[in-house]
Design a protein around this ligand. Structure first.
Ligand SMILES: Nc1nc2c(ncn2[C@@H]2O[C@H](COP(=O)(O)OP(=O)(O)OP(=O)(O)O)[C@@H](O)[C@H]2O)c(=O)[nH]1
Ligand SMILES: [Mg+2]
Length: 281
């Protein structure tokens, strides 16, 4: 497996992010709660080094809540706060403004002491494609201010959005990095939907997921797809799923591509349960 995806618009977005960084007081970094390590962009992480940072573990409704608690503790640090959020239902959103104001306290009081007029706290929302940046912002402003979509690469330009008189956000396009040296992380990005489907081998990615489920949560596969047992070989797991669902091609051959698509889709929608792929040590 070799997954790579760094189209021109991401390189441009990274440049824009770099330029706009000096305009903002706080960076809001959205990570996918299912893969808090693999969804962290190392290039952006470095750029944000000196900024007060609020980490949002988004899609926490799809992640294992015990692991999310551990990740929250691990990721918190000096000048870094962490909040777990479900941007669809809105849980966790309420504590976001107070966390932002706390992180911006130092900067704002410095401005005031210099005799500058009070102004809104400015935040930049950054994260990988499809992690839910625009959904998160819309939740925060309680209206559809930012364009969203169930595929990576929806937001193209940057967009300022006013949440309240004292809080403004900059929505940015999702950015990955030029080379995935860690293909294990790339696979996790593919499984969770951060990489567009055209550049991945669906059967390979879904097969790897099937194997992971077999090794860690076999009952989930058995119950969901009404299997009697799970074969050892990756391709065969997809075949038994396809067989169980009656996915047949002409000639009675099982359509394991269709099974691969189904497994990925159901995993992403949370129909198999809540899973964290980056397991904390
Ligand atoms: N289950 C779940 N789904 C979410 C959550 N937040 C966003 N989504 C889904 O994730 C998908 C992507 O959301 P967007 O807000 O468009 O993602 P984005 O990060 O702005 O993506 P780009 O603009 O492409 O970089 C949508 O289909 C949402 O339904 C969440 O907290 N939980
Ligand atoms: Mg977006």
């Amino acid at each position: 497996m070799n997954i790579q995806w760094y189209p021109g618009h991401m390189a441009r977005a990274k440049k824009l992010l770099q330029e706009n960084l000096k305009l903002v007081d706080v960076a809001i970094e959205l990570l996918d709660a299912r893969i808090p390590l693999s969804s962290r962009n190392p290039v952006v992480n470095e750029l944000l080094d000196k900024k007060p940072r609020l980490i949002i573990l988004n899609k926490s409704d799809l992640a294992d809540s015990n692991f999310t608690e551990i990740w929250k503790r691990k990721l918190t640090g000096p000048n870094i706060q962490v909040v777990a959020v479900d941007s669809i239902k809105g849980s966790g959103i309420k504590s976001v403004p107070s966390a932002v104001f706390k992180l911006a306290e130092g900067i704002m009081s410095k401005l005031l002491s210099k005799g500058r007029r009070p102004r809104a706290v400015r935040c930049m929302v950054v994260g990988i494609p499809n992690v839910g940046k625009s959904f998160f912002i819309n939740r925060l402003v309680k209206q559809k201010a930012a364009r969203t979509g169930n595929r990576p690469g929806v937001t193209r330009g940057q967009q300022w959005i006013r949440v309240a008189k004292n809080l403004e956000l900059l929505d940015t396009p999702g950015i990955l990095w030029p080379k995935f040296n860690d293909q294990e992380a790339a696979y996790k990005l593919a499984v969770t939907g951060a990489i567009k489907s055209e550049v991945i081998d669906i059967k390979e990615v879904s097969g790897k997921l099937a194997l992971w489920l077999k090794d860690n949560y076999p009952d989930v596969l058995i119950n969901r797809y009404k299997l009697t047992e799970i074969p050892d070989k990756t391709e065969e797991i997809l075949t038994v799923i396809g067989c169980s669902r009656g996915f047949l091609l002409p000639g009675g051959i099982v359509d394991d591509y269709k099974a691969a698509v189904l497994l990925l889709k159901e995993f992403r929608e949370g129909l198999l349960g809540r899973f964290t792929l980056d397991v904390p040590e």
